[in-house]
Design a protein around this ligand. Structure first.
Ligand code: SF4
Length: 424
């Protein structure tokens, strides 16, 4: 057996939130440093790691599907289910053919050592340079600054699978960002379960961002998500620095105050309105994106209409619509007046059409204007990348634009985003 044949090939896939993406990215580096070769999940692999999500029953179903597909493609491979679903219901996952290991959120970061102990690595090692990463992995990197949640919203399983809040030391965050900058990354996304609750020795999120802006030369800094009550004048003032992306994923979940109350959210629609006004007073072109749950237990037609009208009034750049999904162990799981699948479907369809209209109105408002785009890759001869306010932009160019930031003039709507003309 030659040396090349001894290298163990690991494929990693991620479901769910940006925190999971950040963790898969960190885990990938750990595998590389431990001598494994990272391959695409579509290729042949010896080990397949799926970083799962369990936020809805659909996320669970997707995880089981991906694991079964991985087994079908590579029947000899060892499959590992990691993350929130494994934390919540490891037994369900271990029933799937070839799933030999199910690890929760803490243990998953030790997978290279765990697999090594299980005899799944050879002595001969081959370190793969980070340059082998795919294009978009070199442009945008996800950095975990916090984990866990103390809020216990009535529908959410996350605090049970992620545990209580823990924040990462600012020095460590800065060191990680500097390392990403030196490897050529242009954009960093700060992620966590609840990054607005970041707190380290009295340092808040506002303080952390200020330090990052002062101590690193990262070109773009983006936040994964915030809640309205976390949007303060001091925090928003930082957006005067143009390196901060004018993109705010501001969780709403419902635009009806009585539903928000039953969800045990810590804000009302007035707080949401105030947060949006504050953002728009500093970042006029900001994209405000959100998550909405339809069909929460007891959601009446009137409450749904309130939610719909509120979303329409805000004018979101993007709405992620979720139909409420029962999660065992949460308070909402046993609430009376659960909504039928038919009503949920009808409300979801209505909210999805609003999401489409709203996104298209937001994108149209940039026609004739300029945007700065970080180009990621070329598909079928057309470049695509994202603006700071998270509009997907497409353009033609013969140049290699991978990981390059250019200005574009926006011409028209195209492919769920806009078509731009590059100004070099
Ligand atoms: S804030 Fe609420 S929805 Fe978000 S992770 Fe915590 S409990 Fe879940």
């Amino acid at each position: 057996m030659n040396k090349e044949e001894k290298i163990i090939r690991v494929a990693l896939d991620t479901l769910g939130c940006k925190l999971n993406q950040a963790e898969t990215e960190a885990l990938t580096e750990k595998f590389l440093k431990s001598g494994y070769r990272i391959v695409n999940p579509e290729e042949e692999f010896d080990i397949y790691v799926l970083n799962t999500c369990t936020v809805t029953h659909i996320a669970d179903r997707k995880a089981r599907h991906l694991l079964r597909m991985a087994h079908r493609r590579n029947p000899e491979a060892v499959l590992v289910a990691a993350g929130c679903y494994a934390e919540h219901a490891a037994n369900e996952l271990l029933k799937i053919d070839s799933v030999k290991i199910a690890v929760g959120n803490e243990e998953k970061m030790k997978l290279p050592q765990l697999l090594k102990k299980a005899g799944l690595v050879y002595e001969d090692r081959c370190f793969i340079s980070s340059d082998d990463y795919s294009a978009n992995q070199r442009t945008r990197s996800f950095i975990r600054i916090q984990d866990g949640c103390n809020n216990f919203c009535s529908y959410c399983i996350v605090p049970y699978v992620r545990g209580r809040e823990k924040s990462v030391a600012p020095e460590q965050v800065v060191t990680e960002i500097k390392a990403k900058v030196s490897r050529g990354f242009k954009e960093v996304v700060l992620t966590g379960t609840e990054i607005g609750s970041y707190s380290y020795d009295g340092l808040s999120l506002e303080g952390l961002i200020d330090i990052i802006l002062k101590e690193t030369s990262i070109k773009r800094l983006r936040l994964s998500s915030l809640q309205p009550q976390e949007v303060t004048p001091g925090l928003i003032d930082l957006w005067k620095d143009k390196r901060l992306c004018p993109h705010f994923h501001l969780s709403l979940q419902s635009g009806s105050n009585s539903v928000l109350n039953r969800m045990r959210r810590l804000y009302a629609t007035d707080d949401y309105d105030n947060a949006v006004s504050l953002i728009r007073s500093v970042a006029v072109d900001a994209a405000i994106t959100t998550d909405i749950i339809v069909g929460f237990p007891g959601e009446s037609d009137t409450e749904f209409s309130e939610s719909y009208d509120f979303c329409k009034k805000i004018g979101f750049a993007r709405i992620h619509v979720f139909s409420y999904s029962k999660r065992r162990g949460t308070a909402a799981n046993i609430m009376p007046n659960q909504i039928s699948p038919q009503v949920k479907k009808k409300r979801s369809d209505l909210m999805l059409s609003l999401a489409e209209e709203s996104a298209s109105a937001f994108h149209s408002s940039f026609i004739g204007k300029k945007l700065e785009v970080l180009w990621e890759q070329k598909d079928n001869g057309i470049w695509n990348g994202y603006s700071g306010n998270y509009i997907k932009v497409y353009a033609e160019s013969d140049k290699d634009l991978t990981n390059v930031i250019t200005e574009v003039g926006v011409k028209r709507l195209y492919g769920g985003g806009v078509w731009g003309e590059i100004k070099l």
